[in-house]
Design a protein around this ligand. Structure first.
Ligand SMILES: NC(=O)c1ccc[n+]([C@@H]2O[C@H](COP(=O)([O-])OP(=O)(O)OC[C@H]3O[C@@H](n4cnc5c(N)ncnc54)[C@H](O)[C@@H]3O)[C@@H](O)[C@H]2O)c1
Length: 587
């Protein structure tokens, strides 16, 4: 609607209001009038942050400065008459223009294919909606609104992905609300505390204090934000099939509060089609529409809200590439949605890479992770062959990596871990079945990688045997339960499987991990009563074997080799250790 009643809170945030007034003024001087009009009519942030106290009702289609002056000129006595008359005038203009663009008939808002008209029936590939390129967008907030304005951003799921993203938006000056179903996390965040090792407490505290960040489990507050970013888990279920219940539940939490002109972006890793087939129909239960469309003729098509997919590339603990440096891929459900997401992320990352659809963006993330999964499987297999051939695979990889083109090193280990690589490829395998397609590389890589913990346990049994010991009854210490070094993340860690297999074969087990003082019950494992044992020469020397499962930087590997009777090294963490090489078994 061109006529759109909005409230401007003149006294709400003086700094913001001044900044936007200056911005608007500079804009008039430097940009074309058309762009300037767009800028104002998009609705400046101060025109959209609502606060019930001290508000004046204005028409957002006026530039805020002009609107403010008009509002000041209107006396209390004639204000109602003036606003009513102007309202009528704008309504007349809107109806006339709508009739004109529709060739004489009022267009159905956001016309969609009959299939897509029912919000419960998922859209299918190829359901591209053809629209007139000249059709007006029936909302005030154009995609470009998300660029250059201070935004209210809602992030759903404050975990390893959502929390850093929230802090990055806060750092860029936006007002961020983290939504999470875990009340413990919500209260920790509001107290300025961190529950993720590599996210410093003072960073959260700083943004909580400056009121750029807060957390809540009240989803009604989604109404207040401009953009909603979904960062909830996408695990596999018991049958290793995609478990999209978190995404589905999140969409169900959003739709009753969905507002016109809001941008919703799914960031959770998933199979191509999820945004269109699962998220969109649920959001459209709100009565608002966002059609699937592509191509230049749909550049300015109508949509009530924007919907996009942008995969997260967060690498927890990576000190070289932080969120701001990692390019972000975005794909919109339609061109305006793509532009809105592009505009949003341009504010917080160095480079945004637009693709033509949500499905392409979803597939891009899976390609990245499948590429990793398959290559890790390749080196894991070559490691086993190399061990048999008495060749040091790590030396081989380092030598091959000197080739300046066409080779990228991947390193073997005790198996795949983390929330992504062991999980994501199966999202695609599952979806591929719908198309009568077998993803053989994924299956083969899965087979090799899943066998790695068994390979480690066989290597431990052989090493103990060489020391005239049986696995049954032996005392074994496992170093590192996190799935990779220097992180406090246990998810899908191969160490958990290795521990289970060792216990099944009768070993007495302890572990040490500086990031996990104790363990707990998990979906597949129960290590409820285990506590990290302290590391000192006496304890190390008391075990029949010490397994280096995760190569945390804080471990002193030379001291470990000095004190232990036998070291099984699954990561080549002892590569620089020169003493007692005879005690070290690489596997
Ligand atoms: N962890 C990574 O390194 C990484 C990297 C790239 C992509 N991803 C993807 O990002 C997504 C999120 O992963 P993560 O590692 O941040 O997960 P996480 O488990 O660390 O965090 C998810 C958060 O969502 C919350 N949550 C669950 N259901 C919710 C709901 N209905 N409403 C609100 N909050 C809810 C949980 O309480 C939790 O705090 C996944 O799809 C994952 O595959 C993760």
């Amino acid at each position: 609607m061109l006529i759109h009643m909005q409230k401007i809170n003149h006294g709400r945030d003086e700094n913001d209001a001044t900044a936007y007034a200056q911005q608007a003024h500079q804009h008039t001087n430097t940009e074309s009038q058309q762009q300037n009009d767009d800028y104002h009519s998009d609705g400046l942030p101060s025109a959209q942050r609502l606060d019930d106290s001290n508000v004046a009702v204005l028409f957002s289609s006026l530039p805020p400065l002009a609107a403010t002056r008009v509002e000041q000129a209107v006396t209390l006595e004639n204000a109602r008459i003036f606003l009513f008359a102007r309202n009528l005038l704008y309504l007349l203009v809107f109806v006339t223009s709508a009739l004109w663009t529709a060739g004489g008939s009022v267009p159905a808002r956001n016309t969609v294919s009959p299939k897509n008209a029912n919000p419960l029936i998922p859209a299918r590939p190829g359901s591209i909606i053809k629209r007139s390129a000249t059709e007006l967008m029936p909302i005030d907030r154009k995609p470009e609104f998300f660029k250059g304005a201070q935004l209210k951003v809602g992030i759903i799921g404050c975990g390893y992905v959502g929390l850093p993203l929230a802090l990055r938006f806060a750092e860029a000056g936006h007002k961020v609300t983290g939504f999470d179903v875990d009340p413990h996390k919500v209260s920790m965040l509001n107290a300025g505390k961190s529950y993720i090792e590599h996210i410093p407490q003072n960073k959260i505290q700083q943004f909580v204090n400056s009121r750029h960040f807060s957390a809540t489990n009240d989803f009604a507050k989604l109404k207040e934000v401009d953009a909603i970013l979904i960062c909830v888990p996408t695990p596999l279920d018991e049958r290793r099939e995609p478990d999209l219940s978190y995404v589905e539940q999140t969409a169900i939490s959003i739709y009753p509060h969905l507002q016109k002109g809001q941008l919703v972006v799914l960031e959770s890793t998933t199979y191509p089609g999820t945004t269109e087939e699962l998220v969109l129909p649920i959001l459209e239960k709100s009565g608002l529409r966002c059609a699937i469309a592509a191509g230049p003729e749909n550049e300015n098509m109508a949509c009530d809200f924007y919907l996009a997919f942008s995969p997260e590339r967060e690498d927890p603990g990576n000190k070289q590439f932080g969120l701001a440096q990692i390019p972000k891929v975005v794909g919109g459900l339609n061109p305006p949605s793509g532009r809105a997401a592009l505009a949003l992320y341009t504010q917080v990352v160095a480079r945004v890479v637009p693709v033509s659809s949500t499905r392409a963006a979803e597939m891009a993330k899976l390609l990245e992770n499948i590429f990793r999964c398959v290559n890790i499987a390749l080196v894991n297999e070559l490691k086993q062959l190399s061990l048999r051939m008495n060749i040091d695979i790590w030396e081989v990889i380092d030598a091959a990596a000197t080739k300046p083109f066409g080779f990228m090193p991947f390193y073997p280990g005790p198996g795949l871990g983390g929330h992504c690589i062991p999980v994501d490829p199966y999202y695609l395998s599952w979806k591929a079945r719908e198309y009568d397609f077998a993803t053989r590389f994924i299956e083969l890589a899965g087979e090799v990688n899943t066998a790695m913990p068994y390979h480690v346990v066989d290597a431990v049994a052989k090493a103990l045997n060489d020391h005239k010991k049986s696995m049954k009854g032996s005392k074994i210490l496992v170093l590192g339960v996190a799935y990779k070094k220097d992180v406090d993340d246990l998810r899908e860690s191969p160490t958990l499987k290795i521990m289970q297999l060792l216990q099944q074969r009768g070993a007495h087990l302890d572990y040490n991990d500086p990031y996990f003082p104790k363990l707990h019950k998990m979906r597949h494992y129960n290590y409820e009563n285990m506590k990290s044992v302290p590391l000192n020469p006496q304890t190390l020397g008391s075990y029949d074997a010490v397994i280096i499962a995760t190569d945390h930087t804080s471990y002193d590997y030379a001291a470990i080799a000095d004190a232990a009777k036998l070291v099984i090294d699954t990561r080549n963490a002892t590569r620089r250790v020169v003493r007692h090489r005879e005690k070290i078994v690489l596997c």
